[in-house]
Design a protein around this ligand. Structure first.
Ligand code: SAH
Ligand code: DHB
Ligand code: MG
Length: 225
């Protein structure tokens, strides 16, 4: 079928379709609403994943039967709750957060949701926590959604600490539109763009299968060989 529009990468989606898909597949629960309410605080930015991205996270975790999962970049725990939805009741999530105010909010969210026993929140820079966290592995999934300058290091750690068949997932794989075809500026600096590029090259070269799903800012996915 001749279909130059969708083949070029443009989407047929519109606002009504996005709303329908959200209703069907990406309904939030009360705990997620609580995580969103914590984002109302002026000191916390509303940079969580969308409900559709959250449902993709849960789907990917189910697809690889992930029971031990690492998240880099907790914010208030919104995506963490989607990751938990994709895991069995005896699964465990380790989530890493550098900002004390974000970590505090996430602890409140996990407590209210009754999931504190299934989640370990490691407060501090991911680079400090990851070497020690390796001994809890190997992991079924690693979700990367923190500082973009760190993506190459986080991707390396993920590929070194996933079980065979485990999945590495990264949000903002298009770096807000700066991954290619655009000069770095205040929104996305050269170091961030180069780090995410190296991350993509690593997935493409080393994974058994990998692709970037065309979410609004790209969701990179790779299966460990
Ligand atoms: N995954 C979250 C959103 C994360 S926003 C959700 O969808 O709900 C990115 C988070 O990464 C912010 O809370 C920020 O404080 C944190 N972060 C930034 N640099 C970090 C680092 N070096 N180590 C750990 N967390 C970091
Ligand atoms: C920002 C970070 C994110 O992870 C995201 O999904 C959107 C925005 C940011 O730092 O602005
Ligand atoms: Mg993000």
């Amino acid at each position: 079928m001749a279909d130059p529009v969708s083949r070029s990468g443009e989407s047929y989606g519109n606002q009504a379709i996005v709303e329908l898909i959200t209703e069907l597949y990406a309904r939030e629960d009360e705990a997620m609403a609580r995580a969103l309410a914590e984002l109302e605080r002026p000191e916390i930015p509303s940079i969580q994943v969308s409900p559709r991205d959250g449902a993709i996270l849960a789907l990917l975790l189910r697809m690889v039967s992930a029971r031990r999962v690492v998240e880099i970049g907790t914010l208030t725990g919104y995506s963490a709750l989607w990751l938990l939805r994709g895991m069995p009741a005896d699964g465990h999530l380790w989530t890493l957060e550098a900002d004390p105010a974000h970590a505090e909010a996430a602890r409140r969210v996990f407590k209210a949701a009754g999931v504190s026993g299934r989640v370990t929140l490691l407060e501090g820079p991911a680079r400090t926590a990851l070497p020690g966290l390796a001994e809890e592995g190997p992991f079924g999934a690693v979700f990367i959604d923190a500082d973009k300058e760190g993506y190459a290091a986080y991707g390396r750690w993920a590929l070194d600490n996933l079980r065979s068949g485990g999945v590495v997932i990264a949000d903002n794989a298009y770096v807000f539109g700066y991954l290619a075809g655009r000069e770095p500026d205040g929104r996305a600096g050269r170091e961030a763009i180069e780090s995410v590029r190296r991350f993509h090259e690593m997935l493409a070269a080393e994974c058994a299968a990998a692709m970037t799903l065309p979410t609004p800012d790209g969701l990179a996915v790779g299966i460990k060989a």
